[in-house]
Write a protein that binds this ligand. Structure first.
Ligand SMILES: Cc1ncc(C[n+]2csc(CCOP(=O)(O)OP(=O)(O)O)c2C)c(N)n1
Length: 199
């Protein structure tokens, strides 16, 4: 499956929740599906989207938090999985798009998932209670729906082709996104409609 098709397919399920994504190709593809103020694109800090998602999930148990991650990012911060599992917030769903490369800096840089590493296995053995690996878009959509309904910390590995967007353009600017996202979290707490980017 292509990641852009996968993100498009799960977009309706995640759009009203808090979404934190890794930088680069994944962020650009989520943005291309439609920006929302409740989306945060964690630029530069490779590996830490799940840690940020964990912090939000623990601080805001009233919200569901979805982290869009990458294989290179997860492998860079492997301790993030055990910390996540140890705290075990039921409102956190991590989706790891595993394309077996560091796509955002070049497809020739393969990660260990191209050879030996199995991120679902690492997550399970780290103590994440719900894990899955999906290879087809429909399968992923069902997995995400079930994870959101389950109220249990979940890591889903989505095996995707090593292809990305033509442009990595994202608007809003990183700093704007930081304040916009914070305001969206506060509004969500007030149970007001989130609205869209033009609000
Ligand atoms: C600490 C750190 N090292 C390196 C980079 C450069 N960098 C940006 S994106 C990226 C690849 C991320 O790989 P992955 O998580 O697999 O996502 P993909 O790009 O394949 O979608 C790298 C190495 C960075 N931003 N931060």
């Amino acid at each position: 499956m292509k990641r852009i098709d996968a993100i498009q397919a799960i977009y309706p399920a995640i759009a009203d929740h808090v979404v934190v994504t890794i930088m680069g190709a994944t962020a650009a593809e989520l943005f291309a599906c439609g920006h929302r103020p409740n989306f945060f694109y964690l630029e530069h800090a490779m590996g830490l989207a799940s840690s940020m998602g964990l912090g939000i999930a623990l601080a805001r148990p009233d919200l569901k938090v979805i982290v869009l991650d990458g294989d290179g990012s997860v492998l860079m911060n492997l301790g993030g999985l055990s910390t996540m599992a140890r705290s075990g917030p039921p409102n956190l769903v991590q989706i790891v798009f595993d394309n077996e490369v560091l796509l955002s800096v070049g497809v020739s840089f393969t990660t260990a998932t191209a050879d030996v590493a199995n991120i679902e296995g690492i997550a399970r053995e780290s103590g994440v209670p719900r894990t899955a690996t999906c290879k087809r878009v429909e399968e992923l959509r069902e997995c995400v729906d079930m994870a959101l309904a389950s109220n249990e910390l979940t890591t889903i590995v989505a095996k995707v082709e090593p292809v990305g967007p033509k442009s990595f353009f994202i608007d809003p600017h990183m700093l704007e996104n930081r304040f916009e996202f914070e305001r969206a979290l506060r509004r969500m707490g007030d149970s007001k409609p989130i609205g869209d980017v033009n609000e």
